[in-house]
Design a protein around this ligand. Sequence first.
Ligand code: ZN
Length: 167
Amino acid sequence: MGYVKEERPMTIGVEGTWNIGSYHYKGSRLIEEYVKGLKQKKLIGSFCPGCGKVIVPPRNLCGRCHRIMDRRKIVSNMGTITCFIVSPPIEKGKLKVLGMDPVETGLIKEGEVVIPVFVKFDGSDSNTDTILLNADPKAVHIGMRVKVLWVKEPQGALSDFEGVEPV
Ligand SMILES: [Zn+2]
């Protein structure tokens, strides 16, 4: 069987509007549990009773053995980088995040380098996507040890978890 790309080399456009606000994320209860943990500076994962895998953030169903993951496990704030990208210096007017210029909104400083990473936290079996902060871009490597960088006063929101930084 060939790739779908061979059959459809062009992206298909669909006319109409898409009201994003009308959708509800099916795992919202899990996110509530997760952010309650963040408020206490704890990373909560779901534990699979079938294969024993621990996934952070928690999910309902094990992607490996398809069992319901209704048990929780707190994993370490320390982890290892498994994948990373070092961006070029961010310039005003060159990048859009959710339709906005991150330099204009103050999210990123002009000329700043952003390092998105995947981290496998100790005690988990999944890769959690986040941002590496306070690091020398030239020193980043697979296997680098990092720890969670929390905001000063966690509020029980996804933003409590600012990113990770080198240990
Ligand atoms: Zn499983």
